[in-house]
Design a protein around this ligand. Structure first.
Ligand code: NIG
Length: 401
């Protein structure tokens, strides 16, 4: 049945069919009071006054904000176990290396993931996807990366596929094959290129691959060798400069990475290089909030014409948050984004990170993933802390909440 949402304050985000850069990030394309008609999963009309067929279901928005569904373009939402004990240790002041020594950190999640069945991993991911949907996320990227051997990585990717099939929104899986390593890094990285990557490619031919470039994780050299192979068949993304600036940004740009994510420790020169390239930057302010209060210098990046996206980085270690509204509130407080920029970064630009151009804006022909807020002013999204602003969620033309 067609669906008409009428008398809404519509943030169309209409614009070019590409990520928004620099000043464009502030353009919401507002229709102050208008209607949106949806039919067969797509937006079929948008404007100040739209005629609807007689059989259309009608939602009266009473001037509240209607915007595209959120796209969470960076999560590690598939995990088993929890990290509550180590979090308490951290709160008591125990240093991270000591926590690692006691079996904490990524290692503890790897152990829990290896012990879990595919079914258990899918079930816990499905629960998290349910929470995300209630807060307005209609498309989400979910990475593997807690397996650290071929069998466990494949189990994670299959669990993500299984959970995705039972969720009304869209899940985009990413093969994070370079998250950490066991034994010697060079030997481990060679194993990933020789064994793990071909196996992933066989079963998930279109999947994006990712690596974590950081001291104690993958080196620039290991990442470059891995990406040189992987990019022949897969789009690539990279985590870089979370704690240390190792020089991955120029390499990521040279290798045409879709995005570089984290960027808290990036140098000014590298941020300018990234801003002036087609590669998107992804900020993850939940991580700074939960760990060490360091955030990316996003203003510089935007002023240099960069294309920025925003995500939760939902994971059990550094960002236990499912909420893009919270990420928006944090990006405005700690990364210097305006509310409008944070909305563009978590919709149309986040979709671009995932290679999706059929969502993230409200225009004829776009997928009908829509959110009706309980607010009449979109700045409330950034202003309010912790209250769910989302009243109605439409996915592929269907009301799901
Ligand atoms: O983005 N940077 C690498 N990975 C995650 C941490 C994952 C974990 O601690 O479990 C992050 O912060």
């Amino acid at each position: 049945m067609p669906l008409l949402i009428r008398n809404a304050r519509i943030l169309t985000l209409a614009g070019p069919n590409r990520p928004r850069r620099g000043k464009e990030l502030a353009e919401l394309g507002v229709i102050p009071l208008g209607d949106v008609l949806v039919s067969e999963g797509k937006i079929t009309a948008v404007g100040p006054k739209v005629d609807a067929p007689a059989d259309a279901e009608v939602i009266e928005a009473q001037g509240r904000v209607l915007l595209p569904g959120f796209v969470d373009c960076h999560t590690h939402a598939c995990w088993a176990g929890d990290r509550l004990d180590e979090w308490q240790m951290k709160l008591r002041g125990v240093p991270y290396p000591e926590i690692l020594k006691q079996g904490g950190g990524i290692r503890s999640t790897v152990n829990a993931v290896r012990e879990a069945t595919q079914k258990q991993l899918a079930a816990s991911l499905r629960d998290r996807l349910g929470v995300m949907l209630r807060e307005g996320t209609t498309t989400v990227e979910v990475k593997s990366g807690y397996g650290l051997n071929t069998d466990a990585e494949m189990k994670m990717l299959r669990a993500i596929r299984r959970a995705a099939a039972e969720w009304p929104g869209t899940v985009v899986a990413t093969a994070l094959l370079g998250h950490a390593f066991e034994g010697d890094l060079d030997e481990y990285a060679r194993m990933v290129v020789k064994d793990m990557l071909p196996e992933v490619s066989r079963e998930f031919p279109d999947i994006t691959v990712d690596a974590y470039c950081e001291a104690g994780a993958w080196s620039v050299d290991a990442c470059v060798k891995f990406f040189e192979k992987a990019r022949k068949h897969h789009p690539i993304r990279v985590h870089a400069d979370q704690f240390n600036s190792l020089g991955m940004i120029p390499e990521a740009v040279r290798l045409h990475a879709r995005s570089v994510d984290h960027l808290e420790a990036s140098t000014k020169k590298d941020l300018i290089t990234l801003a002036q390239s087609p590669t998107l930057g992804v900020i993850l302010p939940g991580t700074g909030l939960h760990t060490d209060q360091r955030f990316m210098r996003s203003r510089l990046f935007i002023e240099q014409g960069g294309a920025l996206a925003l995500a939760t980085n939902c994971n059990p270690g550094t960002s236990p948050s499912h909420s893009l509204p919270l990420a928006i509130a944090l990006a405005v407080r700690f990364c210097g984004l305006t509310p409008a920029e944070a909305i563009v970064a978590s919709t149309v630009n986040a979709a671009a990170v995932l290679g999706l151009d059929d969502r993230g804006s409200i225009a004829v022909g776009q997928r009908a993933d829509l959110l009706l807020l309980r607010h009449k002013d979109e700045r409330q999204l950034a202003y309010e802390l912790g209250g769910n602003p989302v009243e109605l969620v439409v996915v592929g033309g269907n009301i799901v909440r």
